[in-house]
Each structure stands twice: as C-alpha cells, then as structure tokens.
Design a binder for this molecule. Structure first.
Ligand code: CA
Length: 377
C-alpha cells in the first residue's frame, strides 16, 4: 500500500473510531467506571510505527520488547506489530500517524514533533538540561508526566515513558572545534533545541532520521552529526567517515524516549489492559538506560582499540557560548507558546532543586569518590 493510501485509510479508520466512541451512550462509560477491572476476551491488534531503523539496538529493541511484554501481560489480548521508520510511513511522521489513528501507537522522541508541538521538546531533550535520573524524577515525581499528557491530549495522543539514553556524546566532526567560530557554516545533524542553538552560533541544523545519517554524512549533505553514544555510533559506522569524536553531548543530557498511543484507542481499553500498557512502559524505562550504559562502556573501549578515533572534549568557552545560545533558543520557544512556558517553568524549577541536591552527592561521587583507571580524556 502506498503511503498516502495508508494514511488516508488510517484517517478514515480514525474517524470511524471517533464516531463509534461518540455514539457510545453514557451508560457504557458509567458501567466501565463502576467495573474498571472487568476482563473481556476482546483481542486487539495494533500497529506501532517508530522513528528508528527496524530492530535497531536498544531503540528498536525497546519497541519490540514493549510489544512482547504487553502481549505477555495481557495474556495475548493485545498484539502489537512493530514497524521500523519508513516501513509504513516516514520515520518523522510517526506522531501524526498515531494521532490521526492510522496506527494505534508509535515510538520515538518528543523533540521530533517540535514543528507541531513546540513544548514537546522539553519531554525529549533540553540542551544543558537535566540528565536521565533527573528527567525521570521530574516526569514521575515532579509533575512532568502530567504536563506531557496534557500536551499530547491536544493531539489525541497519550505519552508513555520509553527509556532514556543518558548523557550522549557531542558528535562526529571532520575538523576540530576550538572556538565557536568553527561552528560557522557547519551543517550538522542536530535535532531539537540544540539545533536552534547551533543556528544561533552560525551553523545550520539539519534534521535527519537515524537511518539516513550515514549516507548524508558520507555524501557531504551534512558536515557533522551527532547520534547517541559509542555503541550506536559504532554500529552506524560514523568512525569510518568522520575523524573527531566529541564529548559531551551538551544538546542531549538525558534524552527521554517515548511510546505514544492514540488517545481514543487507549481510553477505549479496559482498565486492566491500560495497566498492562503502563507496566510495560515502565519496564522499558527501567531496561533501556542500564542496557545503553553497559553497551556504551564496552563499545567505547572496542572503538578506541580497533579504530583510529580522535576523542576530543569541547573547550569550556565553546560550551559556555553554546549554553548562552541554548538559553536564547529556549526563550524564543517559550515567548511564542504559553504552554511551552508552563512546561519550562516546571522543568527549570525542578532542575534547580534537584541540581542542588545532586551537587552535594552525585557530583561529589564523580569528582571525589569514583576513581577511574585508564580514563579517556
Ligand atoms: Ca542524539
């Protein structure tokens, strides 16, 4: 089926769901609320579209595991078929495919939807923002998830946590970055607010889905790219076409990944199946970062042992300037969008509080307690 036909069919299916739901009389809704744990044998077959290459380590695996765990938790009542980016629809059309109902659910990262929902970026990655532990804390214990749900409800979608990458690497370059001037004219694959900061620094940010980055870099469509960390970057082969591997990932300090479910589809589920979805989401959230950390540690050594990698750290003055540009990018975003301001106030307030706590503990652990043999610099 061609993509347009697929989307059209989904749109009709979505309208159908809406019509059926609105036609439901209130009695059904009341009965459901009174007996939320009612178990029916109704089977659900869903499509999950994703922004990741099919079966891609950790990201695609998270999507596959979610489908498997939901199937197990529901005794087979929900079957989810996972599609890689571009299989049914282009990777970056995942969000709209879900909210129009052409697929029941999706998997991706919220900053990809910045064009439709600017505030979504706070639920993906914020340059110089919070790390994985802090983001999790904000989402689960600081009101972040409720704001995320409120935002996506405007799009007929429900967000669920889908893992976190941890602090990423700063990216692959074919020249050294010694001052912010070295970013002038640089075309770099850099999503979200980090991309806006790069533009303020005189570069050009290009949004390219994961599966297309290597070719874009190889053909010179872009001069530089970031992706994730040593594990994924090694598998993508960036070390074969770029010389310098920079740290840290100032633009993605703890990128939160997501599952998105069409809201009418989710609201129409019996409560026990909704709970199974929530449980599978939290299991993916608990699985992804430990898996990424373990693999990144292994592949960092492997990459350095096997390949002629030149590791570099961004000079502090470059980071300081990028921090200023990032703050400007955030200000641009929240001055245009009242909901984004509301999310920003929650995010930045939480960041300040948890930052003070972690400065006394985590930071001292890294700086004063943990000794690393053979540390790379
Ligand atoms: Ca990235």
């Amino acid at each position: 089926m061609k993509r347009k036909e697929f989307l059209k069919k989904g749109l009709l299916a979505g309208a159908g769901v809406a019509a059926v739901l609105s036609a439901c009389d209130n009695k059904a809704v009341v009965a459901d609320k009174e007996a939320p744990n009612i178990i029916t044998n109704k089977k659900y077959r869903w499509k999950m579209v994703t922004t990741w290459p099919k079966n891609f380590p950790i990201l695609g695996e998270s999507a596959n595991l979610f489908a498997k765990w939901v199937n197990e938790l529901t005794g087979g009542r929900i079957e989810i078929k996972v599609y890689g980016g571009g299989e049914l629809v282009p990777a970056l059309e995942t969000f709209e495919t879900v909210y129009i109902g052409a697929a029941e659910m999706g998997c991706g990262c919220a900053y990809y939807w910045a064009g439709k929902a600017p505030a979504a970026q706070f639920f993906g990655a914020v340059p110089f923002g919070m790390n994985a532990a802090q983001v999790s804390s904000w989402l689960l214990s600081g009101g972040g998830l409720e704001l995320w749900q409120e935002l996506y409800a405007q799009f007929n979608a429900v967000p669920f946590l889908g893992g976190n990458t941890g602090v990423q690497m700063g990216g692959w370059f074919n020249k050294e970055i010694n001052s912010v001037k070295d970013l002038t004219g640089l075309k770099m694959r850099l999503p979200g607010l980090g991309g806006r900061a790069l533009e303020k620094a005189g570069g050009a940010a290009v949004l390219v889905a994961g599966g297309d980055i290597f070719t874009s870099l190889e053909r010179g469509v872009i001069d530089a790219t970031e992706w994730i960390g040593p594990y994924h970057d090694y598998l993508m082969g960036f070390h074969k076409i770029a010389k310098y591997y920079y740290t840290p990932g100032w633009h993605e300090c703890g990128s939160q990944l997501e599952f998105i479910i069409n809201k009418k589809v989710f609201d129409g589920l019996p409560r026990d199946l909704q709970a199974a979805i929530e449980a599978a989401s939290m299991r993916v959230q608990a699985w992804a970062l430990p898996e990424a950390d373990a693999k990144n540690g292994e592949y960092l050594d492997k990459m350095i042992a096997e390949e002629n990698i030149q590791l570099r750290s961004f000079p502090q003055e470059v980071l300081d300037e990028l921090r200023g540009f990032s703050e400007e990018a955030v200000q641009d975003l929240i001055s245009d969008d009242p909901f984004a301001r509301k999310v920003y106030e929650s995010y930045s307030g939480f960041q300040k509080k948890i930052g003070k706590w972690h400065a006394l503990t985590e930071k001292k652990f890294y700086n004063q307690i943990q000794k690393v043999e053979g540390e790379y610099s």
